[in-house]
Design a protein around this ligand. Structure first.
Ligand code: XMP
Length: 319
């Protein structure tokens, strides 16, 4: 019988059997999959687990603190937080090409993670939040069946170079199953039912070159959008929603002043598989409210637009 409780017990037994008394390392991103792995492994092997959380400077507002408070403070998981903002933003300086940005962010992550791993003595296992669809997708990519439109860096790379054995307790599960397990393990439902967030983070939502000030601006705008979606009970009705920073300026009047400032685009989509999507038909009054708040509360933004492009032809992310 498939129940979250059974799956958890089964996985715990398997993991214990697999790793014995060895130490296990996990890259915790704060996303659903790695969060569920952290909670599951913590229950299975307690202090044998060490998580590394890399703050790449491209996360959403308060995200790093949230991860630390959920896992380290509340659950007692050992989490090493690495503040690598300068390293990431330094590498991204002058880079405008989206694929190049993705590669740099992916490679820098591996470097930072590797550095941390090498400081930990005696780790034999690397845990990963690989789920069944990732297994299928990467098999397709390897055999050349899938057309790579955007490179994703969720699967692959790490273990070969690090000489670690892999433990992947979610490998046979679908996303909805992973979520149910997460809830059963006591993770907050806002975390478990969060919209997907790309590995390169705000790096692909700040168009062109990434500047620190623009990340700060985007974080504030995005936070307002998400906060209002939750408040209006619309968050769970859309599959993914976020703000995008456009590095162009437009004229607006904010308060009594004429402002030549940046543009924020809002994107919200409805989809089942993220392969195709329709733009969410959010109520005009709602969009109006979000726009007013962003222009009033976020310095350096004078205009807000709403993206009404489906996928195809548009992708969900802007880069
Ligand atoms: P697109 O933009 O290709 O996005 O329509 C489809 C889904 O994938 C997410 N996405 C990414 N996730 N690394 C990730 O981990 C990436 O580089 C990346 N690019 C897109 C996107 O947020 C959406 O959910």
């Amino acid at each position: 019988l498939w129940t979250p409780g059974n799956i958890i017990e089964d996985s715990i037994a398997k993991v214990r059997d697999q790793v014995g008394s060895d130490a296990v390392l996990l890259g915790l991103s704060g996303g659903v999959d790695s969060s569920v792995v952290a909670a599951l492994l913590h229950r299975a092997i307690g202090s044998q687990l060490t998580c590394v959380f890399v703050d790449n400077g491209l996360l959403r507002l308060g995200e790093g603190d949230q991860v630390m408070s959920t896992f380290a403070r509340h659950m007692g998981v050992r989490v090493i937080r690495v503040d690598a903002e300068d390293r990431f933003l330094g590498r991204l300086k002058g880079v405008t090409d989206p694929e190049q940005k993705r590669k740099i962010i992916g490679n820098t992550f591996i470097e930072v993670f590797d550095d941390e791993a090498s400081k930990l003595a005696n780790v034999q296992w690397l845990a990963q939040g690989t789920i069944y669809p990732d297994v299928i997708e990467s098999a397709g990519a390897k055999s050349g069946k899938a057309t790579v439109i955007k490179s994703h860096h969720n699967v692959g790379g790490l273990p070969e170079e690090m000489n670690l054995k892999l433990v992947e307790p979610l490998r046979e599960l679908f996303k909805d199953e992973v979520r149910k397990i997460g809830v059963e393990l006591g993770l907050p439902s806002e975390m478990v039912y969060r919209h997907p967030f790309p590995g390169p983070g705000l790096g692909v939502r700040i168009l062109g070159e990434v500047h620190k000030e623009d990340a700060i601006t985007l974080r504030k705008a995005d936070h307002i959008f998400i906060e209002e979606l939750r408040r209006a009970d619309l968050y769970d009705q859309v599959s993914q929603a976020f703000a995008v920073f456009l590095p162009i300026r437009s004229v607006g009047v904010v308060g009594d002043n004429r402002q030549y400032a940046h543009v924020i685009a809002l994107r919200a989509v409805e989809t089942l598989d993220f392969m195709t999507a329709r733009w969410a038909h959010l109520p005009y009054d709602f969009l109006d409210l979000v726009c007013r708040r962003i222009v009033n509360e976020v310095p350096g933004v004078s205009r807000v637009v709403y993206d009404i492009t489906g996928k195809p032809p548009g992708t969900i992310e802007w880069e």
